[in-house]
Ligand binder design. Structure first.
Ligand SMILES: [Zn+2]
Length: 259
């Protein structure tokens, strides 16, 4: 992609959305970071001196469930103290425009998209708001209420864990299939606040761009990358909006509103 001004890129993104029938969005930690949710992987990968893999993995939980809950109770308290930002609101406005033809796939676990008003949200990494029983498997939405140091299941008294996809665990199959289907069917794919280099973003971008190769109809989707700065994989995007998504996305939505 050749260099272009942000103004021009914003106009092109609005034009692509104006003629789109179906829109899919993938969001990552960058969107939440603008609300004040810490991104451990983006910094030094440490929490209170612990490697993030040690508090976000099945092994770490087996070794020290209390430490893992200390980490997640802290994250729950953090999310309870923050608000969706204008980038979240812009994505909620896009869902209002496209209704059932809009799917938001998120790697974020904080529920801020739903708090901003998005309804069709696929949480591929789970949710901080839910617990899952390690014994009976019961999943409960606990919102952001304060939990015990080591919360237990109301049904079987088993130890609860966060309903989060940890390092070394598979993505939830059904939700992932829905995400793939939405990306395959979209005309515009927005990739927001997540590196286009790593999976699953890289794979979904490929899917959006090249679906025509194998279903043999129409053209691939227009891929719009929305990130603070370009990445080495930004050439895979047709349009790049570089800057805080809380600043760029509202401008795209404003252009659409003025139709
Ligand atoms: Zn249970």
């Amino acid at each position: 992609m050749s260099a272009e001004t942000l103004d021009h890129a914003i106009r092109r993104a609005a034009d692509a959305l104006r003629s789109a029938r179906r829109v899919a969005v993938l969001t990552g930690a960058g969107v939440s970071a603008e609300s004040g949710v810490p991104t451990f992987r983006a910094s030094d990968g440490l929490w209170e001196g612990h490697r993030i893999e040690d508090v976000a993995s099945p092994d770490g939980f087996r070794r020290d469930p209390k430490l893992v809950w200390h980490f997640y109770n802290g994250r729950r308290a953090n999310v309870a103290s923050v608000q969706p930002n204008p980038g979240h609101s812009a994505l909620a406005a896009l869902e209002s425009r496209f209704a059932s033809n809009f799917t938001l796939v998120t790697q974020n676990v904080d529920g801020l998209h739903q708090a901003a008003g998005n309804r069709n949200v696929l949480e591929v990494h789970g949710s901080l708001r839910r617990t899952r029983c390690t014994e009976c498997g019961a999943v409960r939405d606990r919102g952001l209420e304060a939990l015990a140091e080591m919360p237990t299941c109301a049904l079987c008294a088993g130890l609860l864990r966060p309903d989060i996809v940890w390092f070394g665990e598979m993505l939830p199959a059904r939700i992932w299939e829905e995400a793939v289907a939405a990306v395959e069917a979209c005309d515009v794919f927005l990739v927001v606040g997540t590196s286009a280099v790593v999976q699953p973003a890289a794979g979904l971008i490929h899917l959006a761009r090249h679906r025509a190769d194998w279903i043999g109809e129409g053209e691939g989707a227009t891929v719009v990358e929305v990130n603070l700065t370009p990445t080495v994989a930004s050439h895979a995007a047709h349009i790049g909006l570089y800057g805080p998504s809380g600043q760029t996305l509202p401008r795209v939505v404003d252009l659409l509103r003025n139709d």
